[in-house]
Write a protein that binds this ligand. Structure first.
Ligand SMILES: [Cu+2]
Length: 397
């Protein structure tokens, strides 16, 4: 340090006459300044050493991660060799927004998932039979993905529509390569009995009474559930309240979900990247399984009509913040609680594994986007259009 120790006065000072007060003050100030400089120097040196330590530690962690990446693939989702599971190693590669050059053409040619809610079947018993298949579908224009599909046409599975009090008889036939199951959130039933694994080639039937109204998720509950849902094993069941709802002119079902790809899916189909699923880093987010499909092929309403959206967020992990641009939700049955609704709300959270119902009455012609207002999701494809009337300058579908 560059200061005089306070206990050892400068010998030269003893031979000099006493200094005036301001000179003494200046001396004290210089000493204090010197101490401060010294402290700063020590801190700087310490910081340098700390930075070196941090770099060494980061290198060590990086080495561990690199080792983990080499070791982990053996633990891959055993059922699918082409799936990728490098544990939670970073960095992860994103394929967000990667589409072939003719994507616009392909999006036009795509047949959108039919979002229109079908009528409730007659009778007290509604029989539902799904035959599961492993199949390749598109999740975005030109982006192919190897799904485990509940009923032979990709994700989501078919919409089940019943009235409160009806009994659902569910038969699952497993046409896939590994065991699967089906878990209905609308059911009050022992899961170890009803939601049990069904072996490849087998069928299993169970019944439940749809006693609670709302819109509910169903999904495969076989472990690891994250992988089974991420591979497309989800859908919606709409349970109409026995007492009915205010009338709606159009009713659409939207199942929100996200996809985690281990490749771009363009030259060859992608499969699940479990590390990205764990890290919640989707490549695509969708309504009804295909990015932006209702932008190219809008849902429709006439001016002055009430449109009802039955929305499920299938995840597997991410919520959906439902919002319709250019209007306000006239009725929002939050969390699918059909006993009451909120009026005049802008955005409602639909949690992963949850559902909600929304009415909008729109008078003015135009294109009204419906989105998850967590805007990364819009960027990744969870957006559609409600076309009200025949606004000029738009394509008709
Ligand atoms: Cu499954």
């Amino acid at each position: 340090m560059a200061t005089y120790p306070s206990s050892h006065p400068n010998p030269a000072a003893q031979t000099e006459p006493p200094k005036p007060w301001f000179a003494q003050f200046a001396l004290v100030a210089i000493i204090l300044l010197g101490i401060a400089v010294g402290v700063f120097a020590v801190a700087a040196v310490t910081t340098m050493y700390a930075a070196d330590d941090a770099r060494d530690e980061a290198k060590a962690v990086a080495a561990q991660v690199a080792g983990g990446r080499q070791a982990a693939p053996a633990a891959s989702t055993a059922s699918h060799d082409h799936a990728t599971d490098h544990n939670t190693a970073l960095p992860l590669t994103t394929f967000a927004g990667v589409v072939p050059e003719n994507a616009a053409e392909l999006a036009e040619a795509h047949t959108p998932y039919d979002a229109a809610l079908k009528p409730v079947p007659a009778g007290d018993l509604v029989k539902v039979h799904m035959t599961l298949k492993d199949m390749t579908v598109e999740v975005a224009p030109g982006v192919k993905y190897n799904t485990w599909a509940f009923d032979g046409h990709g994700a989501p599975g078919p919409v089940v529509h019943v009235r409160q009090g009806q009994t659902v008889e569910m038969t699952l036939t497993n046409g896939g390569a590994i065991p699967h199951s089906i878990d209905f959130h609308a059911a009050r039933i022992a899961p170890n009995v009803a939601f049990r694994d069904v072996a490849p080639g087998d069928s299993f039937t169970f019944r439940f009474t749809a006693g609670d109204p709302g819109v509910f998720m169903y999904h495969c509950g076989t472990k690891p559930v994250l992988a089974h849902i991420a591979n497309g094993m989800y859908g919606a069941i709409v349970v109409e309240p026995k007492a009915g709802l205010p009338p709606a002119d159009n009713e659409y079902v939207l199942v929100a979900s996200e996809w985690y790809l281990n490749g771009d899916g363009i030259t060859k189909p992608a499969s699940l990247d479990m590390a990205k699923a764990r890290a919640m880093m989707p490549d695509w987010t969708t309504f009804n399984g295909y990015a932006n499909q209702y932008v190219t092929h809008p849902l429709t309403a006439d001016p002055g009509e009430t449109t009802r959206f039955w929305v499920v967020a299938a995840g597997p992990t991410l919520d959906t913040n439902f919002h319709v641009v250019g209007t306000i939700l006239d009725r929002a049955w939050v969390n699918g609680d059909m006993s009451q609704y909120q009026r005049g709300v802008q955005t409602v959270l639909v949690p992963a594994g949850g559902g909600a119902v929304f009415d909008v009455k729109i008078d003015g012609e135009g294109l009204y986007p419906f989105v998850s207002h967590a805007f990364a999701h819009v960027d990744l494809g969870q957006v559609g259009l409600l076309k009200v009337g025949s606004p000029e300058g738009t394509m008709t579908h």
